[in-house]
Design a protein around this ligand. Sequence first.
Ligand code: PLP
Length: 430
Amino acid sequence: MKLERSKQLFEEAKKVMPGGVNSPVRAFSSVQMDPPFIKKGEGTYIYDEDGNKYIDYVGSWGPLVLGHCHPEVVKNLKEVVETGTSFGAPTEIETRTAQLIVDTIPSIDMIRMVNSGTEATMTALRLARGYTGRSKIVKFNGNYHGHSDSLLIKAGSGALTHGVPNSPGVPEDVVKNTITAIYNDTENIEEIFKTYGEDIAAVIVEPIAGNMGVVPLTQEFADKLRSITEKYGSLLIFDEVMTGFRVAFEGAQSLYNIIPDLTCYGKIIGGGLPVGAFGGKKEIMSKLSPIGPVYQAGTLSGNPLAMMAGYTTLKILKENPEIYKDMDRRGEKLAEGLKNIVEELGIKASFNRVASMLCMFFTDQPVVNFETALTSDTEKYALYFREMLKRGIYLAPSQFEATFINAAMGDEEIIKTLQAAKEALMEVKR
Ligand code: PLP
């Protein structure tokens, strides 16, 4: 595979941007190679600067559920751009987008648009603290909610801990109110609430985690989170930045039949442009400025281009529920095909899949939380990734990410992927 031009562009980029990228995972460090530079996308395919063509299982890390350059999204964006790119004033498309979500998702009475998932979770926590008058929050090991200070935290030592900062630059003082918990561990969450319950403003959780590979909550644990937060008067925040409008239009909360107090969105809600959002019960959302005391603002929030990309994407998804059935069927076909190949080759692997999100972990253990996800052989994943890329399959460049099916993907692409996987996994087996 030729990657000469990408290599040259990466060298230039590294001179002027830290690591040559604007978000770390794009540097491909964990798969030990330089990244292809992407020139264009079309449907389920992306093309790099050297002319290589790939089936795209990343979809910009989730937003492009309809594939690249969906004709309706492109057409509507072109129309909007001719009328101006930003006003910092109310526009009709903001209300249309909010209305579409409020009309469909039972937990959302009101919603506020922001510019990223990070902003959504950061502000949802501020709102939860402002609403409850409490300081502490609970976050699960291996869940990612963006890069705001109080969420950049890893587990401390010991079973029941306040976490420690995950990055230099995050003061101990900032994370001292963040408690880390073990995903899917009932005893652990009970213990945390017994000790700190009256001070806990909120539990934030990825209901189907996609940032330690794909790891769903068990129904039992999801129910536990709902009941224990209710019991102690804490808020339950579902971070559906990845799962919202993906695992179902109504998100993971509809699969678990749970009404969270607040929900955070990102990715698909912007249809490939920068949007995040958080929403929930009117009583809580009314605490937000300008009608309430909890402050939040944004120069480009509700930007007309971003709203139009999001609105068009959401409308297509809402009006065509068969899209979800098709993606689920293709997800199943891919996962079953991969399972057969690893079994045939005698490779130890464990699979998690919910609808169009899936993950093959190179471990023989069932993966139920961060601790078990870490038993994966990341060297094997790196080799598998490189062999797949050579064969025109663009997977996430890390074991601990999701593989996304998109609506532009057909059976043909799944078959091609499985053919490539068979050859790639034979190299892993060697
Ligand atoms: N929450 C979840 C579940 C995510 O997957 C991500 C990003 O991957 C975020 C929050 C942060 O979103 P953003 O990268 O838009 O800031």
